[in-house]
Ligand binder design. Structure first.
Ligand SMILES: Nc1ncnc2c1ncn2[C@@H]1O[C@H](COP(=O)(O)OP(=O)(O)O)[C@@H](O)[C@H]1O
Ligand SMILES: [Mg+2]
Length: 502
């Protein structure tokens, strides 16, 4: 008899990009064999066994013929277990169980268990978007259906729980309805700035950081309120735009961290523990998932107890902080994930945390503090435009009712200052003061004469490097923007100098 061929499309992930892959199954006369070609990794090679098991669950045996599964293009690395479903569907097409022409109109991804259940996979949203741009429908696991429908209102999405229900759908004996969009989880409680009592300087610094996109380092003893302050930064940043929300959701989808398929609408806030491994932080490891720095994309990355992080991890953060992207190396290629974050770090002034606390004495002070702080390399320290000592408020202040401004009030000022920056930097490729540099910075942040004098004196006194000098200018520019002032003036320089440690 003649050969039978069927094909369906799926995707290979390259960073957040889902690249179309053809899955072709050819059943031809000849020696009984089942081969899989086209640069599959180990997990993909194991698909053969899961597909065999799932078909058995349908009461189907693989034909006793020569079966070739080809993944094309061949030069694209295929990683992961989401190839099970497309392979099974192309197989069923070639066997004549499903109409091959119907199957060809879809992209598919999903993992199969031996009993024919289709189990959840990561990356369904980017796959759905790829399918939609190729005017195809998408077949994905039931658990990922809510996520897939974000890709397009009129796109065909099938999200069966089992292979059997999918076969029945194509036969017409059971109709799979389109998954419904999950209501976005907007009610997640974002902590409010109003809860923070006193701490006027720290709150002001947080507002400045938010307005200009500046990275911020807080140094202070345990219980001073550093974590409390950091967690309130997302609440004073502007909401994500629709495009940003989709981009962030795609990354969380790839990481398999999209509960119930909801679109991520709130600015991400990630606070990985200092014991987190390098791949957990920057991405990589098995299947090259995005790391914390990418999960924090467009949001806040909070690193508490900064000196406790492995040195190699901290060094690996330097490049993405500069470029907004992280490169993850694989065996013989690399992928890139977005990683534009606002970094907030906190640390104790010394190992025990009570350096300079008059109520406690320590035999190792002050050398212990010097050593501890030296764990942060100069180049990393240079990334923090705002460096701030945070001391605990007095106990009696904690007992008073909260009387400060709410996050909403501060957020409005932040939004205004960001608008000013957007207009000023239009067409320059710069978005916020934090990334203004060179010529652009010189032009926009040049202080008035009195400001320049103070800046020069400050640089002299604090022995600042050229980088330190520019950092002061950037922060001063943000202060002027919050003020609604066109020019950077002396008082802006003075306050900016205060956001620097000696
Ligand atoms: N300024 C403050 N206003 C209200 N509560 C505070 C303040 N500072 C500290 N606290 C209380 O102390 C706790 C510890 O603060 P935390 O942010 O964890 O300190 P740190 O991270 O500096 O060790 C907070 O959960 C909060 O209940
Ligand atoms: Mg803390």
């Amino acid at each position: 008899m003649a050969s039978q061929l069927a094909k369906i499309r799926t995707v290979a992930f390259q960073g957040v990009e889902a690249v179309p892959v053809d899955v072709q199954v050819l059943i031809s006369p000849g020696v009984v064999a089942l081969s899989l070609v086209g640069l599959p990794d180990k997990a993909v090679a194991e698909s053969r066994e899961r597909v065999r098991g799932a078909l058995q669950g349908l009461g189907l045996a693989l034909p006793a013929k020569r079966i070739t599964i080809n993944l094309a293009p061949a030069d694209l690395q295929k990683e992961g277990s989401h190839y099970d479903l497309p392979i099974a569907l192309a197989m069923l097409g070639a066997m004549g169980v499903l109409p091959a022409s119907d199957v060809a109109e879809y992209f598919a991804l999903g993992e199969l268990s031996l009993d024919g259940a289709i189990t959840q996979v990561s990356g369904v949203l980017p796959a759905a978007i790829a399918a939609n741009t190729h005017h195809a429908g998408l077949i994905c696991p039931a658990a990922n259906g809510a996520e897939a429908v974000w890709a397009g209102d009129d796109m065909r999405v099938l999200a069966p729980a089992t292979l059997l229900s999918l076969v029945n759908h194509f036969k017409g004996s059971q109709v799979l309805s389109r998954p419904v969009v999950a209501a976005a989880n907007d009610h997640r409680a974002v902590p409010d700035l109003r809860d923070v009592k006193g701490q006027e300087t720290a709150k002001r610094a947080l507002e400045v950081a938010a307005a200009g996109g500046h990275h911020m380092l807080m140094i202070g003893p345990p219980g001073a309120g550093k974590s409390m302050l950091a967690s309130r930064l997302p609440g004073i940043l502007p909401p994500l735009t629709a495009a940003e929300a989709l981009e962030v959701t795609m990354i969380h989808s790839l990481a398999g961290q999209l509960p119930e398929g909801q679109l991520v609408r709130a600015r991400p806030y990630r606070d990985p523990h200092h014991s987190a491994s390098l791949p957990a932080l920057v991405g990589g490891g098995l299947r090259a998932k995005p790391g914390e720095i990418s999960l924090a994309h467009q949001g806040v990355l909070f690193l508490d107890e900064l000196p406790e992080f492995q040195r190699s991890t901290l060094e690996a953060l330097r490049q993405p902080l500069e470029t907004g992207k992280i490169m993850v190396a694989r065996a013989n290629y690399h992928i890139t994930y977005p990683a534009r974050v606002q970094l907030v770090a906190a640390m104790n002034p010394c190992r025990c945390g009570y350096l300079a606390d008059p109520t406690r004495t320590c035999g190792r002070a002050p050398q212990c503090g010097t050593d501890y702080q030296a764990r942060i390399s100069g180049p990393l320290l240079d990334r923090f435009d705002i460096q701030l000592d945070v001391t605990a408020v007095q106990v009696h202040q904690l007992a008073e009712p909260a009387s400060g401004e709410t996050s909403a009030v501060v957020a409005a000022r932040v939004a205004r200052a960001r608008m000013v920056q957007q207009q000023r930097y239009a067409g320059t490729g710069v978005a916020l003061n934090a990334v203004a540099d060179g010529e652009v910075l010189e032009q926009c942040a040049r202080p008035d004469d009195a400001g320049q004098q103070l800046l020069n004196a400050g640089v002299e006194k604090m022995k600042l490097s050229a980088r330190g000098y520019h950092r002061i200018m950037r922060v001063a520019r943000t202060l002027a923007d919050l003020d609604g002032s066109d020019g950077v003036r002396r008082l802006h320089i003075a306050e900016a100098l205060g956001f620097r440690r000696g």
